[in-house]
Design a protein around this ligand. Structure first.
Ligand code: PBG
Length: 335
């Protein structure tokens, strides 16, 4: 698209269309609605339990009953989808992450409870990766040297995906960054009759410093030794992100995700321009915490910061965004 300047100043004054609220509304290029939001929620054991997460002020882990209440809240607000993450009890974490395959694990119980209460009024996107289940906090199975094994991990991820789909998950979302997992998960879902279970691939997920509060939320921070750089991407790379996306689409991903969000908007835009597929961004825990920190320090206004950052994802070409501010933002939009 080329932009021509039809007339020189003062025939042309771009401030004319900005002069009044009605005109600004009329010329607005991008809109944000509650339907653009996916709300990540953390699940914990028990009944009537709410555990605030210190590094994510305003965000709590909820027991399954509380998660169901949040799901009803989301429906009322017009939020179409939840992203679920379990905080597995320490005694259920192990080297082999076998709890990921338990049909009665926390994730599956939450899925069933929400589906019982809300049916098809809300979508459930479920995280596929082993970090909430491993005793070492890595997203996969490790060898003696601590290296995350690709193919053995993928085998587990396939089982985990089938387990979640059987419980009623709508969108399987592998966040692990193993090679080849989308094809095998897709084939297994088809084989099991889950033809309409979508896959949203965390296709371009970076080894980021912005995940700290999330690791507190799922209880893996204290367990994790080292980092995730042998599978998550180098923040320096963009061309490689396009390859990751191309591969995941070829393997059968229905939509792709870029993660983190704001620091990687250039990646979201390039993916959208190059592939024209549904792209989602994850405004991750550290990004949420940054907004809350500047608000707490008196350096900015929460409502405006939230809406501006979320709008930026739409402007960059995203179909939607995973954000811990989802309910607040939907309320601000007057849903
Ligand atoms: C791990 C996973 C992470 C997030 C989502 N899934 C953290 C990590 O890769 O260590 C981060 C989300 C956030 O920071 O909000 N499978």
């Amino acid at each position: 698209m080329t932009q021509t300047i039809p007339a020189p100043f003062p025939a042309l004054r771009l401030r004319r269309t900005r002069a009044t609220a009605w005109s600004r509304a009329m010329h607005r290029e991008t809109v944000l609605t509650p339907a653009d939001l996916i709300w990540p929620l953390f699940i914990t054991e028990g009944q009537g339990v709410e555990e605030p997460i210190a590094s994510l002020p305003g965000v709590s882990r909820w027991s399954v009953d509380g998660i169901v209440a949040r799901a009803k809240e989301a429906v009322a607000l017009g939020i179409p989808c939840l992203a679920l993450f379990p905080n597995t009890q320490p005694e259920r974490r192990s080297e082999d992450a076998r709890e990921a395959l338990n049909p009665d694990n926390l994730m599956c119980r939450a899925i069933r409870a929400i589906k019982d209460a809300c049916g098809e009024t809300i979508g459930l996107l479920t995280d596929v990766a082993l970090d909430p289940y491993t005793s070492h906090g890595q997203d996969g199975l490790i060898d003696e040297a601590g290296y995350v094994l690709n193919d053995a991990t993928v085998e587990m991820l396939v089982g985990q995906s089938l387990n979640q789909a059987a419980a009623g998950a709508d969108i399987i979302a592998p966040s692990d960054m193993m090679d080849g997992r989308i094809a095998l998960i897709r084939a297994a879902l088809e084989g099991d009759g889950h033809h309409n279970a979508q896959i949203m691939s965390y296709a371009a997920k970076y080894a980021s410093a912005f995940y700290g509060p999330f690791r507190d939320a799922v209880g893996s921070r204290g367990l994790l030794k080292g980092n995730k750089k042998t599978y998550q991407m180098d923040p320096a790379n963009a061309e490689e992100a396009l390859r990751e996306v191309a591969i995941d689409l070829a393997e059968g991903a229905d939509s792709v995700m870029v993660k983190p969000g704001l620091p990687y908007l250039d990646i979201a835009r390039r993916v959208k321009d190059q592939f024209g597929v549904p792209v989602y961004a994850y405004q991750v825990s550290g990004e949420y915490a940054m907004i809350e920190a500047v608000v707490a320090a008196g350096g900015g206004e929460r409502d405006a910061l939230v809406l501006e950052t979320l709008l930026a994802f739409k402007r960059a070409g995203c179909s939607g965004v995973l954000t811990y501010h989802a309910a607040h933002a939907a309320r601000l939009m007057g849903a």
